[in-house]
Design a protein around this ligand. Structure first.
Ligand code: SAM
Length: 306
C-alpha cells in the first residue's frame, strides 16, 4: 500500500501564514490544487518505490506532497528560495524519513549533494548509484531551457544523477517550450531544442495545465513533458557539436539546406549527400537521426562550424 502523509495545513494557508509572496525573478507560479499535482504524478507513471526522486523548485511543496502520497520512498528537493525552508522542514518532519530539502541553485549545485541526501534517506551503500532516478519539477520558466540543456549534457556523459542506469525527467514547461521539445520533424514547432533533446530521449507531452491553475497566473499555459533516455541514443558526436550544427541550421530555418551549407562553405555540400540528407529540405524537415549523422561526420573530420 502507498505510504501517505499525515494531514497537513493547505499550501495556500501556509503561504499566507509565512507571508510568501511570489517572486517574479524566480519564476514563482505555484500550483495550489492537489487534483492537478496528483494527476501530474499519476500521468507520469513512475515506479516510485525504489527510485530516488529529485524535485526541482518545490516552493510550498504541493507537487512534493503528491510524490510522497504517490508512494515515493526517497525525495530530495532543491529550492533556491530560502523563504520556503520552514514549510519544507515541516514536510520533512511529516515524511517519515522520505523527504529532504536542500536550499540551493539547481543550475550550480553539486549533484553529489543530492545523491548524498538520497542515500541518507534510503540508507543505501554510499558507493552505489541509484538503480533509477526520476527528475521531477514544475520548472522555473526563466531557467527551464538552460536547466534542460545542462541535464542533457550530463545525460550524454552519464554524470551526476544521470549516472544512474535508469533516469526519467517529468518536467513542466511553458507550452511553447514543451511543444518545441516534443516536435517531430516537419512539425511547426520543430527547432534546435527538439533535435538536441530527441538525440538522447523520447520526449512526449503527458499533461496540459492551463495558466489559470497557477498562483499568480502566468501569461501562458503550461505542459508537462516526459523525457525518457533512448536505449540506443541517436547522438553519435558530442552534444556540443550537435548544438553548434543545429544553431547554424535553425538560424536560417526558412532556407533550404543546400543554401545554408553553401553559405557556410560550398566545399561541404557533399556532406549532405553523404549523410543521406535531401538538400532541398528545410532544417525542420530533417529527421533527428540524419542530423546526428551530420554532426558525427563534422566532428570526425574536425570540420569547423561557424
Ligand atoms: N513546485 C512548486 C509548485 O508547483 O507550486 C513551485 C514551482 S515554481 C514555477 C518554480 C520554483 O522553482 C520556485 O519555488 C522557485 O523559487 C524555484 N527556483 C527558481 N529558480 C531555481 C533554481 N535555479 N534552482 C532551484 N529552484 C529554483
Amino acid at each position: 500500500m502507498a505510504l501517505r502523509l499525515p494531514k497537513l495545513p493547505s499550501v495556500r494557508d501556509l503561504t499566507r501564514i509565512y507571508n510568501l509572496r511570489a517572486k517574479q525573478q524566480l519564476s514563482q507560479n505555484f500550483l495550489m490544487d492537489a487534483n492537478i499535482t496528483n494527476k501530474i504524478i499519476s500521468m507520469a507513471g513512475l515506479e516510485l518505490d525504489n527510485a530516488l526522486c529529485v524535485e526541482v523548485g518545490p516552493g510550498p511543496g504541493l507537487l512534493t506532497r503528491s510524490l510522497l502520497n504517490g508512494g515515493a520512498r526517497s525525495v530530495v528537493a532543491v529550492e533556491k528560495d530560502p523563504r520556503f525552508r520552514p514549510i519544507l522542514d515541516q514536510l520533512q518532519d511529516a515524511s517519515a524519513g522520505r523527504f529532504r530539502a536542500v536550499v540551493g541553485d539547481m543550475l550550480t549545485i553539486d549533484h553529489a549533494e543530492i545523491t548524498g541526501c538520497g542515500r541518507a534517506l534510503g540508507g543505501r551503500d554510499a558507493a552505489a548509484a541509484f538503480d533509477s532516478v526520476h527528475l521531477v519539477g514544475n520548472l522555473p520558466f526563466s531557467v527551464a531551457t538552460p536547466l534542460l540543456i545542462q541535464w542533457l549534457h550530463m545525460l550524454a556523459q552519464r554524470r551526476g544523477i544521470f549516472a544512474s542506469p535508469q533516469v526519467s525527467m517529468t518536467l513542466m514547461f511553458q507550452k511553447e517550450v514543451g511543444d518545441r521539445i516534443t516536435a517531430g520533424h516537419s512539425e511547426g514547432a520543430r527547432g534546435r531544442l527538439s533535435v538536441v533533446a530527441q538525440s538522447l530521449c523520447d520526449a512526449f507531452r503527458i499533461y496540459s495545465v492551463p495558466a489559470a491553475a497557477f498562483v499568480p497566473r502566468p501569461k501562458v499555459d503550461a505542459v508537462v513533458v516526459q523525457l525518457r533516455p533512448l536505449d540506443a541514443p541517436l547522438l553519435r558526436s558530442s552534444l556540443t557539436t550537435l548544438e553548434h550544427l543545429t544553431r547554424m541550421l535553425f538560424m536560417k530555418r526558412r532556407k533550404m539546406l543546400a543554401r545554408i551549407v553553401k553559405d557556410w562553405d560550398p566545399a561541404h555540400l557533399a556532406l549532405l549527400d553523404e549523410c543521406d540528407i535531401d538538400p532541398t529540405l528545410r532544417p525542420q524537415d530533417v529527421p533527428t537521426e540524419r542530423l546526428c549523422r551530420f554532426a558525427q561526420v563534422i566532428e570526425e573530420r574536425a570540420i569547423r562550424l561557424p
